[in-house]
Design a protein around this ligand. Structure first.
Ligand SMILES: C[S@@+](CC[C@H](N)C(=O)[O-])C[C@H]1O[C@@H](n2cnc3c(N)ncnc32)[C@H](O)[C@@H]1O
Length: 272
């Protein structure tokens, strides 16, 4: 008999199709097909509470691409993309390698379905120096010590650390501030942090609670953060213009794109 995922709070990330997984829910929002009925049901519940969510997911993806292009234009050719998600169009290595063909990218995610799809994609030719590793953001020391990460990236040179729509899956008790500090400490001066993060600053409390509740039985829970909390996360970095802003307003491609509803903040900061 299929297991009833509603019986199990905070299940571990695994391929189990009966439990909603953030990577597969996000894939559904982006219009992808790499998701199961439980993921689609959870995604539809989110859409019922916040109908513009698929547009917000696409706006987040567009931010990722603009930010990767921006740091590549600054001369960055190494990327540590944690919480990378199921591959879709315009992945980090594709955008980065358009600017810098030699760009090296390490993709990290804790969801095995992401790893399966990413490895299948990278198995073909034309993906440059790209590797895919299963690891957990909540154990940054393990990521930094991983010999595959050390082999792929030169920590004596600047690296772009990407935490795009992933840190809100780390709750306050798990110390997101310490995790970011540990990762940034390991990077050379001139490295960048590319950050996007969900917020409930613009939501009525009931909607924010409803959104959190839907993820409560998923493999990761959502912790939206306030602008003040995110300012603390990026404190000490030199923020590229326009600073920490509502996500679609970070260097938008058009006036129309800047007005998309996306309840998140974004910033790109340089380590001094
Ligand atoms: C909303 S998706 C974002 C994907 C991509 N970064 C983007 O913005 O398009 C979040 C991703 O983070 C991954 N994730 C969640 N918690 C994680 C953790 N503790 N460690 C590593 N990856 C995690 C999920 O599996 C999922 O693939």
């Amino acid at each position: 008999m299929a297991q009833d995922w509603t019986e199990e709070p905070h299940p571990a990330t695994d391929l189990r199709p009966e439990i909603p997984h953030p990577a597969r829910i996000y894939n559904y929002f982006l219009g992808g097909k790499d998701n199961f009925p439980a993921d689609r049901a959870a995604a539809e519940k989110v859409i019922a509470v916040a109908p513009q969510t698929p547009g917000a997911a696409k706006a987040n993806r567009a931010f990722l691409q603009r930010a990767v292009r921006f740091v590549a234009d600054q001369g960055i050719d190494q990327f540590l993309d944690i919480g990378t998600g199921i591959p879709t169009a315009g992945n980090t290595h594709e955008v980065a390698q358009q600017v810098a063909p030699q760009a090296r990218v390490v993709y990290i995610d804790n969801d095995p379905i992401v790893l399966a799809h990413a490895r299948a994609l990278m198995a073909g030719p034309g993906h440059g120096a790209t590797s895919v590793i299963q690891a957990d953001l909540r154990d940054p020391a393990e990521i930094l010590a991983d010999p595959r990460v050390r082999e792929a990236l030169d920590f004596d040179r600047p690296i772009a650390l990407m935490l795009v729509a992933v840190l809100h899956f780390v709750d306050e008790e798990q110390d997101p501030y310490g995790i970011v500090a540990t990762l940034l400490d390991a990077l050379a001066p001139g490295s960048y942090l590319i950050l996007s993060h969900a917020t409930a600053d613009f939501d009525p409390p009931a909607r924010a609670e409803a959104g959190k509740e839907i993820y409560r039985k998923a493999t990761a829970q959502v912790s939206p953060r306030t602008r003040e909390q995110l300012e603390r996360l990026v404190a000490g970095l030199e923020l590229a213009e326009p600073g920490l802003v509502v996500l679609p307003k970070w260097r938008p491609e058009s006036a129309e794109a800047a007005e998309v509803w996306a309840p998140g903040y974004a910033a790109v900061g340089r380590k001094k």
